[in-house]
Write a protein that binds this ligand. Structure first.
Ligand code: SAM
Length: 289
């Protein structure tokens, strides 16, 4: 008899992350409210969270990540963005829960199966802006280039967000993605989460086996930190540490509050154990291969 693994594939990690948003929403004074998160996470999301005990300890970092990306989106809309492209959008509900201009184009790119599930759960709900869901495997370089070109033509100033995506890619895959994102002239800024090699090692010890079994091993944590992207046209203009953000939001457990007394970034240069959200600005477009 074969039993199904707890995390069946990479898309199940979206159920897991939705559970963190449900937890934050259920706090007495939530940093953000995602009323759909628990429904989207479903029974499997709850099961993942209850069986992976260590997952509870990481809740603060997801609240911080969500908060940092929300702030980035708000800032970029104030800077004139007319399109947000969410790569590997998972079960994110920003186009429903954030205050956004009704004219904003919001593009979600995700694997087809998860998008079908999301459509079904959110059926009847109304986004506040112009939302389009595009089923696509981002590993398909040819198809993504065509899509980016098309989106590039439709936008005056597009910003990209990616959360919980690049950590699953190799350095080569991330550099190719970065090059492709730099190609359309209207793609201007990109916010992504990033972890340091030390943090990656810690995460691999804690949750690596479950993710590995699901065919989604954690891989990407460049030695250079955010500077990794410079070679591909993207200059880091801001880094926001998850630890410091969570401390400011009063979401850290006691022990972590002690760590937070010491800065883990210096300008846009993170120190050793570091996870954060990096804001990148496109300065030039490298030639694609
Ligand atoms: C950890 S989840 C994060 C989801 C969402 N960004 C969030 O923060 O809630 C990772 C997501 O990446 C998606 N994903 C992974 N590889 C992908 C690919 N090649 N193309 C499109 N989506 C992908 C998965 O389906 C999953 O929803």
């Amino acid at each position: 008899m074969t039993t199904e693994p707890l995390i069946r594939n990479i898309s199940d990690t979206a159920l897991w992350v939705a559970m963190y948003r449900a937890w934050e929403t259920e706090q007495p004074s939530p940093v953000f409210r995602d009323p759909w998160a628990r429904r989207l996470a479903g029974a499997r999301g709850e099961e993942i969270m209850s069986k992976i005990k260590v997952a509870h300890r990481h809740a603060w970092s997801y609240t911080a990540r969500t908060y940092n990306i929300d702030s980035f989106v708000t800032q970029e809309i104030a800077n004139g963005a007319d399109m947000v492209i969410d790569l590997a959008a998972g079960l994110d509900t920003r186009p429903y829960r954030m205050r956004l201009p009704s004219s904003l184009q919001w593009i979600e790119i995700e694997l087809p199966e998860l998008l079908t599930y999301k459509d079904e759960v959110l059926k009847g709900e109304k986004p506040v802006c112009r939302l389009e869901r595009i089923p696509l495997d981002l590993a398909n370089a040819g198809a993504r280039r065509v899509l980016f070109e098309e989106l590039g033509r439709a936008a005056k100033r597009a910003v990209i967000i990616s959360e919980g995506l690049i950590v699953y890619l190799t350095a080569d895959e991330v550099s190719n993605l970065a090059r492709d994102l730099a190609a359309p002239a209207s793609f201007q800024r990109w916010a992504t989460d990033l972890c340091s090699p030390r943090l990656l090692t810690m995460l691999q010890k804690q949750v690596g086996s479950q993710l590995g079994q699901a065919g989604a091993p954690l891989k990407f944590a460049p030695e250079q930190g955010p500077a990794f992207f410079t070679e591909y046209g993207w200059t880091p203009i801001d880094v926001r540490s998850m630890l410091q953000t969570a401390a400011a939001l009063k979401r850290l457990p006691l022990l972590m509050r002690l760590f937070a007394l010491f800065p883990d970034t210096k300008g846009t240069k993170p120190k050793q154990i570091w996870g954060g959200v990096v804001q990148l600005e496109k300065r030039w477009a490298p030639t694609t291969t």
